[in-house]
Design a protein around this ligand. Structure first.
Ligand code: ADP
Ligand code: GN1
Ligand code: MG
Length: 363
């Protein structure tokens, strides 16, 4: 946690809370922001919960632009549903802003806690995964009439894999921590696949893969399910909403949710891509999109899955080589472990490539 509880409690004083603050504690498993859950109580005894977050300014260099994107997207999404739990709601500051900048330079924002919801690190059934796919597909559908050019590109080249690859090569060359000698196998694996990295950017240049409003961080833990019905409720973690590709939104979900193990599993024998989860997600995502994706775009879904997985692998390894300055770690080799699971998943996808292609062809 980069920002203390004391700073969080101070920040809360500057938002329009309902009731008296009763508690605030660290919350969730995100790799990037600092998240807290705050509880208030009205005189009548009614309790409210909130999600308070300090934006990671190492990652988001222009937090005000991030908040501009989020506020605009949330406003748009609220016009598509009457259900207050289906879209996050920002709580304004006492002077009506969408964020509070504290004396130490930290940007804070506050959301209503979506009550009665479930946030999963892994799908517990194919149906859970189907529901998360539906949520991200609907998100794509509901933003299809949002003017993408209005969005700020808050992290430039976020899912531009050729650029990520160049950054990775630079990290290998610099070898700041002297760690490269111990991870040569992983470095070679990434270099051997260099020809693949421009596939999606090329498809975009050739007019096959249009830029759309995309979420860009579609892990299952960025969706809330209804606690009772376990049906799709709400997409969260809107920081990386930018113009991007449908297939990378699809792919990031596969990389994380269709894996049979945790992102940092050490025993690689436990890690592979579950093809039935791949099929389930493809169906849910396309059901959610509501027929809006052309066939030639759908046919690139497997490339999206492999691209997001290898890209994440190189990002984790680059961060390990650079001394773990980007992704939050809980033990020294966690980013290396994370990288290894991604590379194992890529190898497994390659062995299942024809099946993946057949599955999307029949959707
Ligand atoms: P990070 O970018 O660090 O992943 P998230 O925005 O995903 O941060 O939030 C971290 C966790 O907080 C989520 O995984 C989820 O459990 C919880 N969370 C976030 N927003 C809400 C919300 N509005 N209601 C309920 N839980 C939430
Ligand atoms: C980060 O914020 P979080 O934990 O949902 C990262 C994603 C990575 C992911 C790997 C802004 O997501 O790009 O895919 O970790 N977010 C950012 O788990 O870099
Ligand atoms: Mg998250």
């Amino acid at each position: 946690m980069r920002n203390s509880l004391e700073l969080a409690v101070n920040a809360l004083k500057h938002f329009q809370l309902t009731g008296i603050l009763r508690g605030c504690s660290p919350y969730g498993n995100g790799h990037i922001n600092d998240t807290f859950c705050a509880i208030t109580e009205e005189e009548s005894g009614v309790v409210h919960r909130y999600i308070l977050q300090a934006l990671n300014q190492n990652v988001f260099k222009q937090p005000d632009k991030v908040m501009e994107n989020i506020a605009a997207v949330i406003e748009h999404l609220h016009t598509k549903t009457d259900d207050p739990r289906a879209v996050m709601s920002l709580v304004p500051t006492t002077d009506g802003q969408v964020f509070y900048l504290d004396e130490t330079g930290v940007f804070w924002r506050l959301y209503d806690f979506v009550e009665g919801s479930l946030c999963l690190e892994r799908p517990e059934s194919n149906e859970d995964f189907y529901q998360s796919a539906l949520a991200f597909g609907r998100f794509q559908r509901d933003l299809s009439d949002f003017p993408a050019e209005k969005l700020n590109e808050t992290i430039v080249n976020f899912h531009n894999t050729p650029v990520r690859y160049q950054n990775f090569l630079a990290a290998v060359k610099a070898d700041k921590m002297g760690r490269a000698k111990d991870v040569q196998k992983e470095i070679d694996f990434i270099i051997e696949r260099a020809a693949f990295y421009s596939v999606l950017m090329d498809a975009n240049k050739n007019g096959v893969l249009p830029l759309r409003v995309s979420h860009n961080d579609t892990k299952i833990n960025n969706v809330l399910l209804d606690e009772n019905t376990r049906s799709a409720l709400c997409v969260i973690d809107l920081d990386t909403i930018m113009p991007g590709f449908s297939v990378t939104d699809f792919g990031d979900s596969i990389r994380f949710g269709a894996s049979t193990a945790a992102e940092d599993e050490k025993d690689l024998d436990k890690v592979w891509m579950d093809i039935s989860l791949f099929e389930t997600y493809a169906k849910g995502f396309l059901d959610g999109c509501g027929g809006s994706l052309p066939r030639e775009e759908i046919m690139l879904l497997p490339e999206g899955a492999k691209m997001m997985t290898i890209e994440c692998g190189m990002r984790f390894l680059a961060d390990y080589l650079e001394g773990d300055t980007y992704f939050r770690i809980h033990y020294p080799t966690q980013n290396l472990d994370r990288c290894r699971t991604q590379l194992k998943l890529v190898a497994d996808m390659e062995s299942k490539w024809e099946q993946m292609k057949d599955i999307v062809a029949k959707q």
